[in-house]
Design a binder for this molecule. Structure first.
Ligand SMILES: Nc1ncnc2c1ncn2[C@@H]1O[C@H](COP(=O)(O)OP(=O)(O)OP(=O)(O)O)[C@@H](O)[C@H]1O
Ligand SMILES: [Mg+2]
Length: 260
């Protein structure tokens, strides 16, 4: 039964895709069956895994029930990690009707089933906007993971995402958990970065995850080579960051499941 996590923020360039790829990779390395879904027409998660998406997005067919989701998936270089790629296009491939239609509920149920094809984790990489793709992601998600870059206006951006999640909860009439706020592009030697991190923790003590993601250019290099960081350079600071983030999330999930 899958845990469906949307990596989302309307702010651009805060590390959503880097987090989606590398968290997914370390969850797979820890033995989970993971599906990374690229919901961004920029297709950065698809190319960051060294894949090429189809010419035309397959999402409309999946949501309208004409194509089974697993038939649209591609195997990645990482064992246990599948990707449902995006195709590179300028326009959002689905409209509001499809983003909020019954196809979303059906897909969510299929991932959440005990069927042997169902993944343990589904990671949704969202675009930096609050349009239909983010509506779709929230309609599918059990929880949201929000990357927060430690810079000016981080808190304002955060308030907007959280308000969007609360709105989605009302529309959908179910809870969407805050999986966590993850501090990204973190440089402990930069004072502003430490100040912002402290402020985020002060306002959101329960939601802020313990693991910050260090700023490390190896992460950018890995993506440009189409490889997740555990395959590109598993000893880099970025690799350690994402390995610890995956551990933290796995710990949280096993505690929640024990309590349930
Ligand atoms: N921890 C990090 N250290 C160094 N560079 C990073 C780190 N995280 C992300 N980057 C780089 O910063 C840029 C933006 O990251 P990324 O694409 O993950 O952000 P995003 O939120 O998905 O962006 P968009 O909103 O455009 O989808 C990329 O060039 C990426 O390689
Ligand atoms: Mg992105």
């Amino acid at each position: 039964m899958a845990r469906i996590i949307a990596v989302t923020s309307q702010k651009g360039g805060v590390g959503k895709t880097t987090t989606a790829i590398n968290l997914a990779a370390y969850l797979a390395q820890a033995g989970s069956r993971v599906l990374l879904v690229d919901l961004d027409p920029q297709s950065n998660a698809t190319s960051g895994l060294g894949l090429e998406g189809p010419e035309k997005s397959l999402l409309p067919d999946i949501l309208d029930g004409r194509l089974a989701w697993h038939r649209a998936c591609q195997q990645t270089a990482m064992e246990g990690l599948l990707c449902l790629p995006s195709s590179l296009h300028l326009q959002v491939p689905i409209d509001e009707r499809q983003a909020r239609g019954t196809g979303v509920t059906t897909l969510r149920e299929e991932w959440s089933s005990t069927h042997e094809e169902a993944p343990d984790f589904v990671i949704l990489d969202c675009p930096p906007s609050l349009g239909p793709m983010t509506d779709l992601a929230l309609g599918l998600a059990d929880s949201v993971l929000i990357p927060v870059q430690c810079e000016y206006f981080a808190m304002e951006g955060l308030a907007q995402v959280l308000a969007r999640v609360r709105q989605a909860e009302q529309d959908l009439q179910r809870e969407i958990e805050i999986q966590g706020l993850v501090l990204t592009l973190y440089s402990p030697e930069v004072e502003l970065c430490l100040d912002v991190a402290q402020e985020v923790k002060r306002f959101f003590p329960k939601e802020t995850l313990e693991t910050p993601i260090l700023r490390d250019s190896t992460l950018a290099e890995a993506t440009s080579h189409g490889q997740p960081i555990p395959l590109y350079d598993s000893r880099s600071p970025g690799a350690w960051s994402y390995m610890n983030l995956a551990k933290e999330i796995l710990r949280h999930e096993s505690q929640t499941r024990t309590r349930a």
